[in-house]
Design a protein around this ligand. Structure first.
Ligand SMILES: Nc1nc2c(ncn2[C@@H]2O[C@H](COP(=O)(O)OP(=O)(O)OP(=O)(O)O)[C@@H](O)[C@H]2O)c(=O)[nH]1
Ligand SMILES: [Mg+2]
Length: 425
């Protein structure tokens, strides 16, 4: 398989490294001050739109991706190294969804655009951070935060300025190979082109992307021929070149039927601007050309031959004008100039943003930051557990739990961890 426009993948960001719990060792001082350094942050997983790709096929063969973990901190205030981010390249036009919630995380429509799909875990703080007037010798450090894990659905909708559509064998691939750098297969049997091809066309100073779409036939929306699987790639094109073949029997019929197929796929497509182009002037007689010109007069059609090159310049300048007019109208930046990083995790978590609910055994506290602190607490160390209770006191969680009837022995569930209610007075 050389083409895929859908894929489901799993991504796992790196864990943060554990902080170090260490004490300075010096001659004659049995136990110096705490000097445990922080663990490094885990690597994140980032998707980046790349102009050289036009398929998601790489994500069909490989589906699991992991970024590197952060290193743990060491004594003598040494920080652990951060885990490297993993950058996965996807074609421009890839839409990224969270497969579980169905939420759209990003639509990578410009070259270089990125989305951070799974955030690396925070490195744990070393015990040097926990020294205070009441805590001279903290013997605990934070654990590294686990990296985010996500199931993603990727969907590719190619981004082309112009899409060439039409019946099989009308010369769509021949046309794109004549006007762009694309070199698709060309042959005189129907459905030669099995997947869309993209090519870049240059007219004077203007660059634009043209897509050659596999041939459509009557009944495509019911699955005839190659069906309508590729129509989604036309949706984002601003201009459709509707290519007709002068050597075919009934051109008005061809035209009408193809438009019906578009309309039965989507209203957006039905309304899209079409440039009507008749191909193969070299292979027909002037009477036929004249008749077509008359029948299609209101569409202001063009006549070309991909063999002799007749009409090619007129077509190119018409396309350039249309593309430029459209770009002006939309005032969109030229693709190469735009660059954006989507950060679905941008909100800065604050431990005071939490909520409490009663459970059978006590309470459940939820909140991004408090859950993060919870998972990073080394519950094998008393000092670390006390710090957790301290934080719950400071952010007002204890006050609320008491109001709700909390007493010693109740369980407090925070994320994946459970603590015991401890009335500190
Ligand atoms: N005489 C003549 N033949 C042409 C012209 N353009 C294309 N052809 C021929 O028409 C046939 C079909 O061309 P393709 O470019 O493969 O057609 P297509 O529309 O891409 O077809 P599918 O991929 O099957 O949808 C080939 O044999 C081409 O050489 C033209 O202007 N004049
Ligand atoms: Mg073709």
């Amino acid at each position: 398989m050389h083409f895929a426009d859908e894929a489901e993948i799993k991504v796992q960001a790196g864990n943060g490294g554990n902080g170090s719990a260490s004490f300075r060792r010096e001659k004659f001082i049995p136990r110096g001050g705490p000097d445990g350094g922080n663990g490094g942050d885990g690597g994140s997983i980032i998707l980046q739109a790349d102009e050289n790709l036009n398929t998601l096929v790489n994500f069909v063969s490989q589906k699991h991706f992991k970024a590197r973990h952060g290193q743990m901190g060491l004594g003598n205030n040494k920080y652990g190294a951060a885990g490297e981010d993993l950058i996965l390249k996807v074609p421009v036009g890839t839409i990224v969804f969270d497969a579980e919630t169905g939420n759209q995380l990003a639509d990578l429509i410009h070259i270089g655009e990125q989305v951070i799909v799974a955030r690396g875990g925070l490195g744990g703080k070393g015990n040097a951070n926990f020294k205070s007037s009441t805590r001279q010798a903290p013997d605990f450090a934070e654990l590294g935060e686990p990296g985010e894990e996500k199931a993603l659905k990727l969907e590719l909708k190619l981004i082309a300025d112009v899409a060439i559509i039409g019946y099989p064998s009308v010369g769509k691939s021949t046309l794109i190979s004549r006007i762009s750098n694309a070199r698709p297969k060309i042959a005189d049997y129907p459905f030669t082109t099995l997947v869309p091809n993209l090519g870049v066309v240059k007219v004077d100073q203007t660059d634009f992307v043209v897509a050659d779409i596999p041939g459509l036939i009557e009944g495509a929306h019911e699955g005839k021929g190659l069906g309508i699987a590729f129509l989604k790639h036309i949706e984002r094109a601003e201009i459709l070149v509707h290519l007709l073949d002068l050597t075919r029997e009934n051109l008005t019929d061809d035209f009408r039927k193809l438009n019906l197929e578009l309309a039965s796929y989507s209203k957006v497509l039905a309304k899209k601007k079409q440039l009507i182009v008749f191909n193969k002037t070299d292979a027909t007689i002037s009477e036929i050309v004249g008749q077509a010109a008359k029948d299609f007069k209101k569409y202001n059609p063009l006549f070309i031959s991909c063999v002799t090159g007749e009409g090619m310049n007129t077509l190119l300048y018409r396309l350039k004008d249309e593309v430029l007019a459209h770009r002006r109208k939309k005032k969109t930046a030229k693709p190469k100039e735009a660059f954006k990083v989507f950060r679905p995790h941008l909100e800065i978590p604050d431990a005071r943003n939490f909520s409490i609910e009663k459970t059978n055994e006590g309470f459940r506290i939820t909140g991004k930051r408090i859950e993060q602190i919870s998972i990073m607490t080394d519950i094998s160390k008393k000092g670390a557990v006390f710090r957790m209770h301290d934080i719950l006191e400071k952010i007002g969680a204890y006050r609320e739990m008491k109001k709700m009837g909390g007493k010693n022995g109740d369980k407090i569930q925070i994320g994946k961890r459970t603590f015991s209610f401890m009335d500190l007075g």
